[in-house]
Design a binder for this molecule. Structure first.
Ligand SMILES: [Zn+2]
Length: 147
């Protein structure tokens, strides 16, 4: 069944949900990162694809939807059609682990963030991870006089 069924939501919106690209929590995080003065990251970059990639610092940030990626706190598999959903979400989680392992084996640091984490906390975790890779966030902040 296709063609004749029109949808209330746009196709791109559906695709972004299905593929987990440019989701709302991810866009909010990117906005917070820009506000913190971070530039130059790439989005949906590399293979396997990284949501937000800091190529110079080799930091891979993934923002995982609670439902699709099986968040232990929020992922409730639908009661109907469990034979479909349970293995599907398990496969997604397995793919997430493989993707993280692939990047770690290339010397990257991988940060996986659940979408339920508040945006400012996400941004802080990203900045902390970048600092372990030599990034100095102080240079973008107003200078403080300290002795
Ligand atoms: Zn969650």
């Amino acid at each position: 069944m296709d063609g004749g069924v029109t949808m209330a939501v746009s196709r791109s919106e559906i695709m972004s949900r299905i593929r987990g690209r440019d989701t709302e929590p991810e866009l909010a995080l990117r906005k917070a990162l820009r506000a913190a003065g971070l530039r130059g990251y790439r989005t949906n970059w590399g293979r396997p694809s990284i949501d937000v990639a800091f190529t110079r610092r080799r930091l891979a940030v993934f923002v995982d939807g609670c439902f699709w990626h099986g968040c232990p706190e929020h992922c409730k598999t639908p009661k109907t059609n469990r034979a479909y959903w349970v293995p599907k979400i398990a496969r997604n989680a397995a793919r997430d682990r493989e993707s993280a392992a692939a990047w770690e084996s290339r010397g990257w640091v991988v940060l996986r963030l659940w979408e339920h984490v508040p945006t400012d906390e996400m941004a802080e975790m990203v900045i902390n991870a970048l600092e372990t890779r030599g990034y100095n966030s102080k240079v973008t902040k107003p200078e403080r006089k300290e002795r």
